[in-house]
Ligand binder design. Structure first.
Ligand SMILES: Cc1ncc(COP(=O)(O)O)c(C=O)c1O
Length: 488
């Protein structure tokens, strides 16, 4: 029975779509949603590459082209460009994303599985965005991708479902480095299910995980290890592949929070070997959404909290209620933007330029990987400059990995304190100057407490993504130096 208000798809069929729907999908992806050939994005602009082919940083000209795709970056504050260093809290979106959201609402706004054109179009778009998301994170099967409101909501849903399989005395491992969204949902099971939560501590000198400690927490009762790929506070990249192997060696599952890593690197669930992985499109240039990967057997086998008429197969059984169609249409266009980035500035010049992505997941995955290689190379340049510059501000104390030779172990997210000034005061002063930064604990609740900074307001956090510039770092340093000078 089709209610039109359940989650999608009611009968779980990515491979059973009727021909008519598939043809609508390809027409839509060409005309509205992922129009690689019609994104109105420029192709191969002159001197776009800084110094060579794949995985080189964007040149100044290339960066200018990229920045022009993000309308928000044109905003000014007191006659100067507004500086977005708040990326870890959410990134800006490119034009195609905004256009696709509008197009969806203007033309294809409908609930799922209806027997009419707009619903068919909407369902076709949903099918395509699951496939594109699978390519983005390296999943083989689009049914392994579950969309929801945000990562936190998806994780609470999964922890509750997983909790049904646990017995008192079973153990879950969490870390002091993680965002609370990968901690609190597991802590809740302590009370509800009588399980034991075990903690992995951090090494305070560089804010990395104590892996020997992790080893000691693992045992025959360990059922799951919850760990982040990158810290949203200090930028540490955790050796997740190794952690997954350690967890699997005792028969435990892994739940990886890739929210902070996803805007910076090519996430690859197959290479990581993880059982679950979550991220949030609004942190990687998409609309406000959450996204969960789960191994198909697990998504099939675990019992979801769901309404009875909703699908019994993944992903529908996990996509509670009606999905945000306009946001998913926007996300599909975000993937299109990233494909363009990979195709134009990276090593993915293999594309025929006519939106082959819809036909060929492999080509799309390659373009997305190429995009993230360009992103990584561009960010590394920014990271080195930011690290050197921040270290030169009198009284500024950075936490986390600060050795310039260890940049490969972190993403360009920096947290610091400055003299005796409170992080909120500093963020407010920067805000007045048109520089957006975060202060506090940003829900890295345990880390800030472990570092003894909770009482003093946490830290100031600045985050760089591929659209940030060297000039913005200079603006930040000029402002911080002024604040430091006045504080002495
Ligand atoms: C590392 C990390 N995990 C989880 C979350 C929560 O994500 P969401 O807002 O999608 O629930 C955030 C948000 O800041 C984050 O940075």
């Amino acid at each position: 029975m089709r209610s039109g208000c359940g989650s999608w798809p009611a009968c779980g069929g990515f491979v059973t779509w009727p021909r008519v729907v598939l043809s609508v999908a390809s027409r839509l992806t060409e005309e509205i949603f992922v129009p690689l050939d019609r994104l109105a994005l420029p192709r191969n602009p002159a001197s776009a590459l800084a110094d060579g082919p794949a995985a080189t940083a964007l040149s100044e000209a290339g960066l200018g082209v990229v920045r022009s795709q993000f309308p928000a970056l044109a905003r000014e504050h007191s006659g100067r460009p507004f500086v977005y260093l708040d990326g870890p809290g959410g990134t800006q979106v490119p034009r195609p994303t905004i256009a696709a959201m509008t197009a969806y609402l203007e033309r294809s706004n409908a609930n799922h599985e209806g027997a009419f054109a707009t619903s068919e179009e909407s369902d076709a778009m949903l099918s395509e965005v699951h496939a594109a998301a699978a390519d983005y994170i390296g999943a083989a099967d689009p049914a392994e991708i579950v969309f929801g409101q945000n990562m936190t909501t998806l994780t609470f849903a999964m922890s509750r479902a997983f909790g049904r399989t646990l017995k008192p005395g079973d153990e879950i491992v969490v870390t002091r480095l993680d965002h609370d969204a990968n901690v609190a949902p597991w802590l809740a099971l302590e009370e509800e299910r009588g399980i034991r939560v075990r903690w992995v501590e951090i090494r305070q000198d560089d804010c990395t995980l104590d892996l020997e400690g992790l080893e000691r927490t693992l045992g025959p009762r360990t059922r799951l290890v919850a760990v982040g790929l990158a810290s949203n506070a200090v930028g540490t990249l955790n050796p997740v592949r190794r952690i997954v192997e350690m967890a699997h060696s005792v028969g435990a599952l892994t739940y990886v929070d890739a929210v902070h890593a996803a805007p910076h690197l090519a996430v690859d669930v197959a290479a990581l070997g993880t059982d679950f992985l979550v991220c949030s499109p609004y942190k990687f240039f998409g609309p406000h959404l959450g996204m969960l990967y789960g191994r198909r057997e697990l998504l099939e086998g675990l019992a979801a909290y769901k309404v009875r008429p909703a699908a019994n197969e993944p992903p529908g059984k996990w996509e509670t209620g009606t999905l945000a169609g306009e946001s998913l249409a926007g996300l599909l266009a975000t993937f299109g933007y990233l494909e363009w980035l990979g195709e134009t500035f990276g090593a993915a010049g293999v594309c025929d330029g006519r939106g082959a992505a819809a036909e060929s997941g492999g080509a799309r995955r390659e373009r997305l990987r190429a995009a993230m290689a360009v992103v990584g190379a561009t960010e590394r340049v920014l990271a080195r400059r930011a690290l050197t510059a921040l270290s030169s501000v009198p009284g500024l104390r950075l936490r986390g990995i600060v050795d310039p030779n260890r940049m490969a172990e972190r993403v360009p997210t920096f947290a610091f304190t400055l003299g005796g000034r409170s992080p909120r005061e500093i963020a407010t002063e920067l805000g007045r100057l048109g520089i957006a930064v975060w202060d506090g604990d940003y829900y890295a609740y345990e880390l800030i407490r472990t570092l003894g900074l909770a009482e003093s307001g946490g830290m100031v956090r600045v985050g760089f993504v591929h659209y940030n510039t060297a000039a913005e770092i200079d603006r930040l340093i000029e402002a911080l130096s002024g604040i430091a000078g006045r504080g002495q």
